[in-house]
Write a protein that binds this ligand. Structure first.
Ligand SMILES: [Zn+2]
Length: 1134
């Protein structure tokens, strides 16, 4: 008895100790950038530690009362509604497991995520939208605001107005000109002038944002000039703001690409200037995403600024002095995600709209508009050169604007940006701006009764002065985002969510290639195989090609790149850069694949050697990819292929190849024959290719796995049972069709018919035009009616263009005549193909255990080249009672609730859909996943609408100066998933402004965006290859996303492996036990050594998101804990 008690006591003590240690480690991990955290730990964290011990004790007793605890917690989330039919009856054990998953995900005590109540913020953007009238009264001088009154007695000797005039030049890396054209004709001169003009007076300041340009210029500088730049930075005369490669778009960009573009800039700054940006500057992206503050904060930035926000929102926030706030994530219950944000109050970022509310006055202080400089003020009052005679009057006029502006903010510190697009390109502009302003400042500062301290400043100078005056907690908290942007009237910028969709799709394809190339190159580098040592060499290895590819992707994240708002020739330039990036990634992948699959005694390969062709052939920057045709037959029997899975969970999904014969077998990595399907390839109408066939099979791919398969040609008589030929039905076809070799018994019908296709999970019914009519899951049938419709352009002076969507009314359905409907059915996949006006529409049901079979896949090849002023949408109409609510994602990172407002026009109810949108009611959710960023809305209850392409015959007067007529046939891929609640719960309370993907939607989106890379071996005789390379020991769970896993992170001259992890919160209320088994979730921790081959002596460090700030070391074999929605970066040092 005594022994038992002793054991129990020691056991408990051990548990306490272990948990204590875990907490200590976790606690240490909070301390950043300190080499000796123990000192801080002692002094700063003692109180904290005490609290934690108390928490621990509470936790322990909680564990003791686990059952009771779970019961209480589940009670909070379970709806009393028991009428929800549970189609898959859970066993008690499953039910317990489910509940524990729910509890784990929702109640991790140290995590900020809060879903069982709506986290309190002072400003919630959806609530603001509900409240605002969106009227547009004329505010007078400040057209979109009101008349601001000031009393000069508000300031005195002790309480002076502090003015920071921040000179800036906005340089688009491609818009009217290509990045290179701009550089040569403008940007180069701007920066070169800076080098001369800033040192002339130490009081002069300047900020710069775009590192793509800065790095080009750097290459042109000599050592002495570089020293001047470094000195300007050291003196705090020059500040690099944000420090991204570009100022990224925030609507269409994927969060991983945003990290890429920021990291590209930050790494450059680190290596060349040893510089870490502190403040963010986004003055021209067309609407602001809540993902941006998360990423910037994790990169170590402390403040950010933004400009393009709906004028009604600006006015509302300005009227209550809420333009500066702590931007908080929707789900954040404790403020861990807060980012200090400044919103510019007025219409633009040019000088007339930045000094104060009256553009007519402010314009007079843009000295580039002095007579004779080629620019003038549209308000017809020109600036005056400042001299002794007029300085008093002019200073008071300007000061009045500064004072009025300050009334919109909580502090006495005023920010007055001084610049515009491509400003300061001529030395005289520097002289007139800096000299005239200095005279004004000198007068203001020496005239004590004005009670002002005015000066040039950097952006961070402004924020520091502000923080000195008021503590951060004095500022309100805000959650939500700032879409859809309107700059005036009903000019909603929702057209650019879809403009130039061909390149938007290309962006996602390039991102998937970069992720595949980065991960496989890292695996090859860490493998220790022959050839693994030189590949990451910057000069002679593959790193250079990958680095160039990253630059192309980063460049396209610019707010005139992925937005589709550049001139035709600039779009072509982006396209060509992305095409060569894609080709470079393919080359890197095939090379790394060869290294990984080669035997121990293989020789070091030549850098340019081609071992595999990637089965994704791109002949031109503006053409849809083609497939290789695998030509095999009795003479050349064998084709070796390899498949790579760039995701960190194992996948069993359908892959397809084009082969020249219908008689084949497929062998897996153990060279066993596996099931495969041969299907015809439809060319025009019901005509099928007589020379090529589609071969499909289910590839069984481990996490980050590289696996080889073999396709063998057979004799016709061999016909193994594993090879199945699809059955073919053709409706609405008069006359015969020629069956391809190997196929017989084609059903041809001259009449139309409804029909149903199904896989192991769902059945899809189609109407007699071959369009989706309903989806059936388990025993429930949900009507899902698919159609296409078009918007026209309204007949007013201002019309839709690259940016603006100004429709002429509701969308009009596209009339479809009798059309030939081609249906194939087989054990691995079934599909229907119809040629409609403007769209070749294919719906596929895969039959695999993988994420591709969780819904239907829609492929639309859209061609609207022969239309004019035409915008094409796809609609899905259901009976889901979503009322006026729908959900769209931000940058593929998070989901938020939208509301359709009748007080707003159609174009205002359109939102970006970077990766998904859904509508749901109490029981059913329909999710549309997209392979390209596009615009979306739900304009009627139960309906989802996605804009596919836009062709617009005019400019929309926002500076682009051209129509959008460069449409190309574009392939869009969507997955549609319908789910019913299998448990009567909901992830978040009704009023919560967040949404979350279901498990099925999340994995289906991940796999849609990261398809398997298909590699075809160039040498058919290949004796040395191994059948697979599998390095992952343990999988993380599908909720962990490896956003980046790459080589080439240089710290103190040494190369390291860097990786970025995100943990997604998943709404598990729609997950049945089968799904949870197929796609297991993590328990909130990962073990890096299970993912990567780590040598003895390897070290793991936590870092900031762009790998600039090294933080604490982490035990490489230990478990890393992460909260849902958290993103963390790490460095692996070898
Ligand atoms: Zn711009």
């Amino acid at each position: 008895m005594r022994l038992k008690r002793a054991v129990a006591l020691i056991g408990s003590a051990l548990v306490v100790l272990i948990i204590f240690m875990i907490y200590s480690v976790k606690d240490l991990s909070e301390i950043t950038g300190k080499k000796t955290p123990f000192i801080d730990f002692e002094s700063l964290k003692l109180v904290n530690m005490e609290n934690r011990i108390k928490q621990l004790e509470r936790d322990l007793s909680q564990h003791g009362n686990e059952v009771q605890d779970i019961r209480i917690q589940i009670k909070n989330i379970l709806l009393p509604n028991s009428s929800t039919h549970n189609s898959l009856k859970d066993s008690p054990a499953d039910s317990r497991r489910f509940k524990s998953v729910m509890t784990d995900m929702l109640y991790e005590s140290n995590c900020p995520i809060q879903l069982n109540f709506v986290p309190k913020t002072n400003i919630q953007m959806l609530e603001v939208y509900k409240r605002l009238k969106f009227d547009n009264p004329d505010g007078g001088a400040w057209k979109q605001g009101w008349k601001i009154e000031v009393d000069e007695k508000d300031w005195n000797r002790q309480n002076k107005l502090k003015v920071f005039v921040v000179p800036h030049s906005h340089n688009d890396p491609g818009w009217i000109k290509t990045v290179e054209e701009y550089y040569l004709t403008q940007t180069k001169h701007i920066l070169s002038n800076m080098l001369v003009k800033l040192p002339e007076d130490p009081r002069r300041k300047f900020i710069w944002a775009e590192i793509s340009y800065f790095s080009m210029w750097w290459e042109d500088l000599g050592e002495d000039e570089r020293e001047v730049v470094k000195r300007l930075i050291r003196n705090n005369q020059l500040e690099i703001v944000t420090g991204g490669w570009v100022m990224n778009d925030e609507a269409n960009s994927h969060w991983i690409s945003t990290i890429q573009q920021l990291t590209e800039g930050h790494q450059w700054l680190q290596q060349n200037l040893n510089y870490t940006p502190q403040s963010g500057w986004s003055i021209d992206a067309f609407g602001m995403s809540a993902t941006q503050p998360v990423l910037l904060k994790e990169m170590g930035l402390r403040n950010m600024l933004m400009q393009r926000v709906h004028y009604s929102v600006k006015k509302e926030l300005a009227s209550k002095q809420l333009l500066e706030f702590r931007w908080r994530q929707l789900w954040d219950g404790n403020g861990k995600t807060d980012m200090f944000t400044h919103m510019m109050p007025f219409y633009g970022y040019d000088v007339p709209h930045t000094c104060g509310p009256d553009p007519k006055i402010c314009c007079q202080f843009d000295f580039k508009r002095l007579p004779g400089h080629g620019l003038h003020c549209p308000w017809k009052v020109p600036p005056q050169e400042i001299n002794d005679k007029n300085v008093a009057r002019r200073a008071e006029l300007l000061l009045d604007q500064y004072r009025k502006k300050s009334k919109l903010f909580k502090t006495n510190v005023v920010l007055a940006p001084l610049g515009d697009d491509f400003r300061y390109d001529h030395p005289t502009e520097w002289d007139v701006q800096y000299n005239n302003y200095q005279k004004l400042f000198d007068h203001m500062n020496s005239n004590l009764k004005l009670n002002v301290q005015a000066q040039f400043g950097t952006l961070t100078d402004y924020f520091e002065a502000l923080h000195k005056e008021r503590k951060e907690s004095d500022f309100p908290t805000l959650s939500g985002d700032f879409f859809t942007y309107a700059d005036r009237d009903d000019h909603y910028w929702s057209g650019y969510y879809t403009s130039r969709p061909f390149y938007k799709r290309m962006d996602r394809i390039l991102l998937s290639y970069i992720r595949a190339a980065e991960t496989i190159l890292t695996l090859a580098y860490l493998s220790g195989k022959p050839g693994s040592s030189w590949i990451t060499d910057r000069e002679v290895g593959l790193e250079k090609q990958l680095s160039d590819a990253r630059k192309a992707l980063s460049l396209f994240q610019h707010h005139d790149g992925i937005t589709g708002t550049a001139k035709d020739h600039v779009v072509i330039d982006y396209g060509k850069k992305m095409l060569s990036a894609l080709t470079a990634c393919q080359h890197v992948i095939q090379h790394a694949a060869h290294i990984l699959l080669s035997g121990k005694d293989a020789e070091t390969p030549d850098k340019n050697a081609l071992f595999y062709n990637v089965d994704d052939v791109r002949h031109s920057h503006d053409a849809i990819a083609e497939r290789y045709q695998i030509t095999i037959g009795p003479e050349l029997r064998t084709k070796r292929i390899a498949i790579y899975n760039s995701l960190t969970f194992s996948r069993e999904e359908v892959v397809t190849f084009h082969v020249s014969t219908p008689y084949v077998e497929v062998l897996d990595m153990k060279r066993r024959r596996i099931k495969c399907q041969i299907s015809p390839i439809f060319e025009y109408g019901s005509t099928m290719s007589q020379t090529k066939y589609q071969l499909s099979f289910v590839a069984d791919m481990p996490a980050l796995g590289l696996v080889s398969y073999v396709i063998n040609a057979l004799w016709e008589y061999e016909s193994p049972t594993e090879t199945v030929h699809a059955s073919i039905k053709i409706y609405n076809q008069y006359g015969d069709v020629q069956a391809p070799g190997g196929f017989s018994g084609i059903e041809v019908s001259p009449s139309a018919s409804e029909f149903t296709l199904q896989n192991n999970r769902i059945a899809a019914s189609f109407n007699n035009l071959g369009l989706l009519k309903a989806l059936k899951i388990a025993t429930n049938t949900i009507p899902v009616h698919l159609d296409f419709a078009k918007y026209g352009v309204r007949q007013t002076a201002e019309r839709s263009g690259a940016y603006l969507f100004l429709p002429d009314g509701d969308a009009v359905p596209i009339q479809i005549e009798n059309t030939i409907v081609n249906v194939i059915e087989g054990p691995i996949m079934s599909s229907v193909t119809v040629q409609l006006p403007y769209v070749r529409h294919i719906v596929t049901l895969y039959n695999s255990p993988g994420a591709d079979s969780l819904g239907i896949e829609i492929e639309n090849i859209v061609d609207i080249q022969k239309t004019s002023n035409f915008e094409l949408v796809m609609r899905l109409s259901t009976n889901i009672k979503n009322s006026d609510e729908f959900f769209t994602d931000l940058n593929g990172y998070e989901v938020l609730k939208r509301k359709r407002f009748h007080k707003l026009p159609i174009q205002a109810n359109y939102y970006p859909m970077p990766s998904m949108m859904y509508v749901e009611d109490k029981t059913t959710r329909l999710t549309v996943l997209t392979g390209s960023p596009l615009g979306t809305s739900s304009l009627r209850e139960g309906q989802v609408e996605v804009m596919l392409d836009r062709r617009l015959n005019q400019d929309d007067n926002l500076g682009l100066g051209q129509a959008v007529l460069d449409n190309h046939p574009t392939k869009h891929i969507f997955r549609v998933i319908v789910e019913q609640k299998t448990h009567s719960c909901q992830a978040a309370v009704d009023e919560h402004p967040s949404g979350f993907p279901t498990l099925a939607a999340f994995v289906a989106s991940q796999t849609l965006l990261n398809p398997f890379v298909r590699l075809l071996r160039t040498e058919d005789e290949d004796a040395t290859s191994q059948p697979s390379y599998l390095s992952v020991q343990t999988e993380f769970g599908v909720d962990f996303v490896v956003a980046t896993l790459r080589t080439g992170i240089t710290i103190k001259g040494r190369d390291h492996v860097g990786f970025v992890l995100q943990r997604q919160f998943i709404d598990v209320c729609f997950s049945d036990r089968e799904l949870l088994k197929r796609f297991p979730l993590s328990q909130g921790s990962v073990n890096v050594s299970g993912l990567l081959p780590t040598e003895v002596g390897s070290k793991l460090y936590k870092t900031s998101l762009s790998f600039l700030l090294m933080k604490n070391e982490i035990h490489i074999k230990g478990d890393l804990l992460m909260c849902p929605m958290e993103i963390q970066a790490f460095i692996l040092q070898r």
